[in-house]
Design a protein around this ligand. Sequence first.
Ligand code: ADP
Ligand code: ADP
Ligand code: ZN
Ligand code: ZN
Length: 831
Amino acid sequence: DDLQYPVPAPATDGFVRVRGARENNLRNVDVDVPRDAIVAFTGVSGSGKSSLAFGTIYAEAQRRYFESVAPYARRLIQQGHNPKVELISGLPPAVALQQRRGAPSSRSTVGTVTTLSNSLRMLFSRAGTYPAGSTQLDSDAFSPNTAAGACRECHGLGVAHTVTESSLVPDPSLTIRDGAIAAWPGAWQGKNLRDILTHLGYDVDVPWRKLPRKHRDWILFTEEQPVVEVTPQRDRVAKPYKGRFWSARSYVLHTLADSQSASMRDRVLAYMESGPCPRCSGTGLVPEALAVTFAGRTIAELNGLPMVELAEVVRPTAVLDDAGTASRTQLSGESNEVAVAITRDLLQRITVLLDLGLGYLALGRATPTLSPGEMQRLRIATQLRSGLFGVIYVLDEPSAGLHPADAEPLLEVLEQLKSSGNSVFVVEHNMDVVRRADWLVDVGPRAGEGGGEVLYSGPVGGLAAVEESVTRPFLFDDGGSVPRGGSGAGRAREPEEWLELKDITRHNLRGLDAEFPLGVLTAVTGVSGSGKSTLVSKVLGEAVGSGLRTPVEQDGAAEPLELGSVLGSHRIDRLVTVDQKPIGRTPRSNLATYTGLFDAVRKEFAATEQAKARGFGAGRFSFNVAGGRCETCQGEGFVAVELLFLPGSYGPCPECAGSRYNPETLEVQYRGRDIAEVLAMTVDAASGFLAAVPAAARSLKSLRDVGLGYLRLGQPATELSGGEAQRIKLATELQRAQRGHSLYLLDEPTTGLHPADVQLLMAQLHGLVDAGNSVVVVEHDMAVVAGADWVIDLGPSGGDKGGRIMATGTPAAVALSAESRTAPYLATALG
Ligand code: ADP
Ligand code: ADP
Ligand code: ZN
Ligand code: ZN
């Protein structure tokens, strides 16, 4: 029946039946899950939820779809993998809405992802107000991504790169010989250009700024390219040769346009100034498009409005009930029936986004600047419009990044997907969402080898009877509480000192003053878009980081930070950001290399009699350098397999069978195990095996303390989830000998964590505070907020309607605030 796919399988009894699933840690799982229902998959991090929902059910649906596609088309489609499962019946096609950031360089925006931009362009094309005498434009002409619409100057990017004397010559006190023209190439090419200048009679030995203006302009900006015969100076052996001159500007532009090397292009970009394109004022659009308005505004202006405001701009037209007929000769179609139809549709679709708490975003906002949670909600809203039915939507923690006040509308949207005839499978940790599901699949009981079984599959209430479920207490009791401030003494710690930031201006924070207590755990709360990440990750990070001269990551097109003053930062010696970014981007990194424990292990191997007899040092036991590693796979353990129609897929290395090492290296044993066998151990197993090696034992203990005992030492960084990466970073911090005072910043550290894992994480964070450090977390989980010493609540809403401090104080004090939207939820959590 595979061949019939994707025509829906004959109606079965309404269940997807999975038999013999063995993906990752799944232990031959059999489970039946209802279709046309909201199904929640729960379990501690690493228990196997994703392996079942994404790795098995979604992957199998993908594979079948792939099989049904003509071979030549397969190459165009990203191939999933073949899940390890015996049989799945009753499986409709599936759509995965995983949380991923957009590709950093992409031109995609909120408007393109939601396709709202298409409708807006249609509105301008068919129903805009045109200047007298102009002709109606195609909707393409309103897009900077099309040939018709792109500004001729900046090709639609809205950004102009220009060269100026100061960008090309950063230090005018230098002579040309000493490298005044920094933008020129180095080495012999630069010397060549210098020799040509000398030959042409320019002085290369006076400081740049002493050269006559005429000379400076010619050297930097001329388009002439004289070819002259040059006798190399100060080099008696070299023969005369013919050389072509490039002014600094021609060299930079030529390199940018023609160089094959990305690093060369990046190098010269550094000598250009970028700013909004003067021709299109940064909109990327042709002037004819910018001359058309709707409700008195250009499409560029509407693209820059938060969607809440855009809704108000189109509403008056959408509610017109005496619209006229459209005609091609009208100068303005703003009140005709086409305008009404398009604005109604726009308004309806924007309303869904407002309901999901995304009203503060503008259509023109670039998707790489969105959080993964915002991105996923945009895609959920878009799916509502796709008209698909009979599919399974597989979602990854849709509540991530959502304030409790916004969870209700999310549930309604999931209900809508279901009522239009779909199944909604969610991997979820938020018990408020789980309680509302029609069906629950609880995976566990623990993580890794300790998990991989379906403990329960049925209506939510039935889990109450499943003793071994780690989820049960959180769903039905209050789960035992999340560790609290003051080392569990029940009383909040007293702030020791304060870090005061005055007059902060960035994104939607306008002249804000904020005070962060030191020596305690602070939670920053507020609805999505209120400014939490801006305040904590950007402003606080940069303000403290710049004082410490530790490099702080900047986001691409960020507005500059404006800050009045910072008081109290002398108290902080180190700034540590613990985020969910991968610990490495290749399989060559793993937790053993990241934490440094692998160094200790390699030393132990090098110290064995066997290693000494063979002359093997610690480097021999690395899989990243030649010597001990398998050269067929260069220590990766797998090799690319070229299949006729499939894009590169990977298989275990035929030479070392995935062990990564050559046979001679594997002959050496430490306490009866070779180095590959040690890398294959879990953290739990290794902590017994390496108990006598203090450097390793310390790392292993920290890893177990944060709940990662189930991970294998050699598990490639690329296989780890964001939550796992974050906890590895935290463990690496915990294993350091503590000296001085560090400030830890965490942006939604509980994302992807089961409540049981949240307890472990918070115990560690409180431990850091007990050791004299300060911790600031951006958080939505009210159990965590209730356990903090101090709360800063932002609001009242998102975007321009946010960016203010609504309440600040102890959790108990903030819970009493009448203004704060967080207060009622915090009050409930405080019990
Ligand atoms: P959950 O979704 O419950 O957090 P996962 O299904 O992601 O759990 O992981 C289950 C187990 O499988 C964990 O031990 C995890 O480390 C392991 N695992 C996950 N992805 C891979 C992979 N690509 N290769 C090997 N092991 C993996
Ligand atoms: P929160 O963390 O509370 O969800 P953010 O700090 O992410 O809020 O966002 C606050 C405001 O700043 C929002 O209006 C958001 O759209 C805007 N914003 C955030 N990041 C960027 C960015 N990179 N570029 C432009 N605006 C941004
Ligand atoms: Zn332009
Ligand atoms: Zn190999």
